[in-house]
Design a protein around this ligand. Structure first.
Ligand code: ATP
Ligand code: MG
Length: 497
């Protein structure tokens, strides 16, 4: 299976988008401004080229209305090593070629093809350079060429009326240099802009998304609330300043608040109906106890009465009596569960579980003499705070299960231990174990095995549900391990001695 790629957080994606946008804008602006600058520099260079070309073509040079001989500057000084005509106003690097018609381009004098060196001297062009120059079309248009040994040039060529070719070139190095430094400055500025966008974006996005963090915090706190039972108080809400419907995050906050309000009302309604059902069960169980007691009493009265009854009627009366006793026990269990569900407070006296275990095993021994009963008692005190009557019932339920759901001869061991600040009670038997189909729902009401359902033991499937409810109400836990045998483990918080 392909590994799932971790998605970027919204925060990181927004910052990345800002940085990419700034980079694209900076690149576009840089490219456009560089092209514009290049165009403008070339235009300036071309203007200078055209002027220089004109002066070259129109020579001899005139200044102040005085004709100066070729090769002499306006102060009359002859430049050193000047091999040819000197034209004042020509920049260093300027290239000129004036080739008469029919002249051999490979055999030109410096006066015919030269460039102005940095010190102002005219230096003859070599053959390759002259060839490049003479290859320029003579249409008077400025063009870019590369002269071997001299670099990039802007050149212009025309044909004079006498048929000679005039070519003038100005070095493009200054344009290239200016552009290079402009691009360097722009790159540095763009890099700073990107850094600023990343840092500023991070701060701003974090600040803008802070309300979302608060919404998430509210949702997280709600997930930790115990909503599964009892009366639920769902007071958590997104703060009012984060529920502005004009902002996206505010809409999320407002929607979450609406959802929480809806859930709170639904939970309150559920709690209300559960309370009603519980109250009904409690009331019904309570109300049925009195008529049941009467039925049992009258049945006993008839059975023990002085009147001679036919054997069938006697047996029927005994059945009425035993069934009403069973029903009374069932009602008591239902009433107890309804009260525990309603959170009725239990007794809170110190209860010595060692004593309870001794009593419970003694009772179980009397009720099931065919089982082997063992006690494993602690050396330390095992006192918990709770309702003695209910805890006694928990032990009685576990021991009656070990007696009723295992065959005769089964060994049952009741152990009590002190484990840190807990008291652990274990009821273990080496019987057949809990049927696998029951294991998941063992502590739910009316869960019982088929064998128990069919037996005449009066099994109702409430014993473990009551044990669970009582232990939980005491702040403890009850677990089961089965196969082979069965071990119920009850853990209760010990009372500090
Ligand atoms: N020690 C045990 N060994 C085997 N099966 C058991 C044991 N304890 C409980 N069970 C199974 O778990 C089921 C549920 O037990 P629970 O005590 O809740 O109900 P019950 O014993 O059937 O009825 P009652 O309400 O009378 O206790 C039983 O019906 C039985 O099938
Ligand atoms: Mg039972």
């Amino acid at each position: 299976m392909a590994a799932t790629r971790r998605r970027w957080t919204l925060r990181r994606r927004l910052v990345a988008i800002v940085v990419v946008l700034v980079a694209v804008v900076a690149a576009a602006m840089g490219t456009i401004s560089t092209l514009a600058l290049r165009g403008s520099l070339l235009t300036q260079l071309d203007d200078r080229l055209a002027a220089t070309h004109r002066r070259t073509v129109e020579g001899p040079v005139r200044q102040g209305g005085v004709d100066l001989p070729r090769g002499r500057s306006d102060d009359g000084r002859e430049p050193a090593d000047q091999p040819g005509p000197f034209r004042p106003g020509q920049d260093a690097g300027t290239v000129t070629a004036q080739v008469p018609r029919g002249a051999d381009p490979t055999d030109l004098t410096p006066a015919q093809a030269s460039h102005v060196a940095d010190d102002g001297a005219l230096v003859a062009l070599d053959e390759a350079q002259t060839e490049q120059l003479l290859a320029v079309p003579t249409d008077g248009e400025a063009r870019s060429i590369t002269l071997p040994g001299l670099g990039r040039y802007r050149v212009m060529a025309t044909t004079a009326p006498d048929g000679s070719t005039d070519v003038t070139g100005l070095p493009a190095a200054s344009v290239t240099r200016t552009l290079a430094s402009f691009v360097a400055v722009e790159t540095v500025v763009a890099a700073f802009a990107l850094l600023a966008a990343a840092a500023g974006g991070l701060v701003l996005v974090r600040r803008e998304l802070r309300p979302l963090d608060r919404v998430v915090g509210t949702a997280n706190r709600v997930t930790q609330l115990p909503l599964d039972r009892g009366e639920v108080v769902l007071a958590e809400r997104v703060p009012a300043e984060d529920t502005d419907p004009d902002t996206e995050v505010g809409q999320v906050g407002a929607a979450l608040n609406q959802l929480l309000g809806h859930v709170e009302r639904a939970l309150a309604a559920r709690h209300e109906s559960e309370s009603q059902v519980r109250q009904f069960v409690a009331d019904a169980s309570h109300e049925l106890r009195t008529p049941l007691a009467s039925i049992r009493g009258y049945a006993e009265l008839v059975r023990r009465g002085p009147d001679e009854l036919p054997p069938g009627a006697l047996q029927a009366m005994a059945r009425v009596e035993s069934e009403s006793e069973r029903m009374t026990a069932l009602l008591e269990d239902m009433l107890l569960l309804a009260r525990l569900d309603a959170g009725r407070p239990l007794g809170a006296e110190p209860v010595d579980l060692t004593g309870l275990a001794v009593d419970a095993v003694a009772d179980a021994h009397a009720a099931g003499p065919d089982h082997h009963w063992h006690l494993d008692l602690p050396s330390q005190e095992a006192v918990v705070t709770g309702d003695e009557h209910r805890l006694r019932q928990v032990l009685a339920n576990l021991l009656s299960n070990a007696r009723l759901h295992t065959p005769p001869g089964t060994t049952v061991t009741v152990g009590v231990h002190r484990c840190g600040d807990q008291v652990v009670v274990q009821v273990a038997d080496d019987g057949p174990g809990i049927p696998p189909t029951l294991r998941d729902s063992l502590f739910q009401r009316f869960t019982r095995g088929d064998a128990s359902r069919n037996s005449a033991t009066g099994s109702t499937g409430l014993g473990l549900a009551i044990a669970h409810a009582v232990v939980t109400a005491h702040g403890g836990t009850i677990t089961v391990a089965s196969d082979p045998g069965t071990t119920f483990t009850v853990t209760l918080p010990a009372t500090a001695s």
